[in-house]
Design a protein around this ligand. Structure first.
Ligand SMILES: [Zn+2]
Length: 350
């Protein structure tokens, strides 16, 4: 009986038929997957989240346990970096917070962007910030700002000011530092920490539901603790606390990306300056510890050259490349940095 069935099977050529059906099904699956992959890469929507955590020296971020940052960089990379321009050159810039933010935002040093301290702010809006570049593209890009220091938006970025381009952010969470009714019972240190917490919560909410194309989160607590206590257990605790905020932000991005498979998120976390060598309480000068910073990313596209640490001004062109922004020629000519991301066909890849 079994023998007869085998003969029948062979005589009808069904084994060959079956084999060819299985083969063509397999080929179809491969072709399908290839088509799907090429669709995904063709349609991938670039998104960028920039994060500054204030005043964390490189030796501290490397010594203290930061599981949040570790999860982020396990997908990408971590590198030493620097702020402060070139020592003794026209680009030399104070290692001060607002100066650092401006260098990140405009891709230039203080001789150009004109912010040299945290007060008497008079940014030169001729040096466009990256959000202005985003708003000048042919297609519309949405922007978000989540910041413990309101002046970042209203002064440094000139939100809505005609001389700064006139565009406004689509999503904003700031103003708490200037609002006397926000947690009035806390002392100033705890109050700023509570604002960082609220700013993070709002950023997470917006990333989750809106997925802004380009956004910036600024958190301050670590710098306050540094000024108050200098190097030591309080600073380490502040770093661990702010690392938990980074973990919240990264979880939001990861969840968002899992749900929106076409989105391609670049996350760049950095600090605006180091701290003094003697006690970690101060900054502003050109010592190695004040100038040395770090950049962490989730992205494998970011290439750090181990022999030449990146500068904070490299972030602007990197974001522009990731987002496929066209940078107006006059803006491009002023840039001090070089992209850490290289894409075929883009000008900065040369
Ligand atoms: Zn700072």
């Amino acid at each position: 009986m079994r023998r007869w069935r085998r003969i029948l099977w062979r005589s009808l050529g069904w084994d060959r038929l079956l084999r060819s059906v299985v083969l063509s099904m397999a080929m179809l699956t491969v072709l399908n997957t290839m088509a799907k992959d090429s669709n995904v890469s063709a349609e991938r929507v670039p998104k960028t989240l920039l994060v500054i955590v204030d005043g964390i020296p490189t030796d501290v971020i490397e010594r203290v346990k930061t599981p949040g940052l570790d999860v982020l960089t396990s997908h990408g990379a971590f590198s030493h970096a620097y702020v402060g321009g070139e020592v003794g050159e026209v680009t030399e810039s104070p290692t001060v917070s607002a100066v650092g933010y401006m260098s990140l935002l405009t891709g230039t040093w203080s001789n150009k962007h004109n912010v040299r301290a945290n007060y008497d702010l008079a940014p030169d809006y001729d040096y466009w910030d990256i959000f202005r570049v985003a708003k000048q593209q042919d297609t519309s890009f949405t922007t978000g700002l989540f910041s413990t220091w309101t002046d970042n938006r209203t002064v440094l970025l000139g939100d809505g000011l005609a001389q700064a381009g006139g565009d406004k952010f689509d999503f904003v969470a700031d103003g708490f530092d200037k609002d006397p009714s926000f947690k009035p019972d806390l002392d100033e240190l705890e109050r700023i920490q509570a604002i960082d917490h609220e700013v993070t919560r709002r950023a997470v909410e917006t990333i989750t539901h809106e997925g802004p194309d380009l956004s910036w989160v600024y958190l301050q607590h670590t710098d306050d603790v540094g000024h108050l206590s200098g190097d030591g257990p309080e600073m380490d605790r502040a770093v661990r606390w702010i690392d938990a905020r980074l973990a919240q932000l990264w979880s939001a991005v990861e969840a968002r990306q899992a749900e929106h498979r076409a989105e391609d998120w670049l996350v760049l976390v950095t600090t605006d300056h180091g701290r003094s060598l003697e006690d970690g309480k101060h900054h502003g000068g050109q010592s190695v510890r004040e100038r040395t910073t770090w950049i962490a990313t989730n992205s494998r596209s970011v290439e750090f050259d181990p022999t030449t640490p990146p500068a904070i001004v490299d972030i602007f062109p990197s974001v522009a490349i990731h987002m496929n922004f066209k940078i107006p020629t006059n803006v491009r000519r002023q840039l001090e940095g070089r992209s850490l991301i290289h894409k075929e066909g883009s000008l900065d890849a040369k």
